[in-house]
Every structure is written in structure tokens, then in C-alpha cells.
Design a protein around this ligand. Structure first.
Ligand SMILES: [Cu+2]
Length: 138
């Protein structure tokens, strides 16, 4: 059975349709977010991320919810609390524990000294959704 080869126009139309779909936009955004978080730098560089605390569909969340760095990297997180009350940010594994005041920004710096998957949470509110930092072995 022979497969029909698409003309240039058909390929273009397919491409345009794909580009207009909300799914394509979402995937593009996700790729950009993920791409920005994969550390390609050496261990002696500072890897910077910005996380925001928002209400997403009725739930308080820190976003993005996953970060990826290499073991040994110095990580600087800028934490922006968009909400009306203080919220915590804790990564027990790396001794990070801070409170971000309402409508305020705080930053924390630590060394991702231990490979593995580590949780970050709001230690003030257990239902508050945190995330994970994946520290990849060098
Ligand atoms: Cu909280």
C-alpha cells in the first residue's frame, strides 16, 4: 500500500491549524518552561529560577512545580507570593525554609548538594501544593 505524499500546501495548512490550536500553545509554553529549567551550565554557575505562588483552579500552588538542576549547582530561587496572606517555602533536604509575605518577593540560595528528587512545600499550609526539584547526578 502506498502512502499519499502531502503537497506543500497541505503540509502548510496542517501546520497552521496546529499552530492555532490551544493545545499547541500549551505545549509550546510547557516546552519553553521545561527548556528554561534544564541546567546546561557547570557546577560553579548559579542557576536561577522564579517561582510564583498563585491560586490555580481553587488550589494554592507554587509554580512551576518541577525544577531540574545538576548536583553541585548553586540554585537561586526568586519566590513571588501573589496572594493576600503569607506563604511558606521549604526544601527540607537543603535546609531551605522561608516565609514570603503577601504580595512580596523573597529569594533563597542553596547548593543542590544531594542528587535525587526532593520536595518543596509550603510548610505553613499542608494542603498548599508544592513541587519537586530533581537534582541530577553529574
Ligand atoms: Cu501556603
Amino acid at each position: 500500500m502506498q502512502k499519499r505524499v502531502l503537497s506543500h500546501e497541505e503540509v502548510l495548512v496542517k501546520h497552521m491549524r496546529w499552530r492555532r490550536s490551544p493545545l499547541a500553545v500549551l505545549i509550546t509554553v510547557l516546552l519553553l518552561v521545561l527548556g528554561a529549567q534544564v541546567s546546561l551550565t557547570g557546577a560553579d554557575e548559579v542557576q536561577k529560577f522564579t517561582l510564583i505562588n498563585v491560586i490555580f483552579d481553587g488550589t494554592k500552588v507554587w509554580l512551576p512545580s518541577s525544577l531540574i538542576v545538576h548536583e553541585g549547582t548553586t540554585v537561586e530561587l526568586t519566590l513571588i507570593n501573589k496572594l493576600e496572606e503569607p506563604h511558606g517555602f521549604k526544601i527540607a533536604e537543603f535546609g531551605v525554609e522561608t516565609v514570603v509575605q503577601p504580595k512580596a518577593t523573597t529569594s533563597v540560595t542553596f547548593t543542590a548538594s544531594k542528587a535525587g528528587l526532593h520536595d518543596f512545600v509550603c510548610h505553613m499550609h499542608p494542603p498548599h501544593v508544592g513541587g519537586q526539584i530533581l537534582v541530577v547526578k553529574k
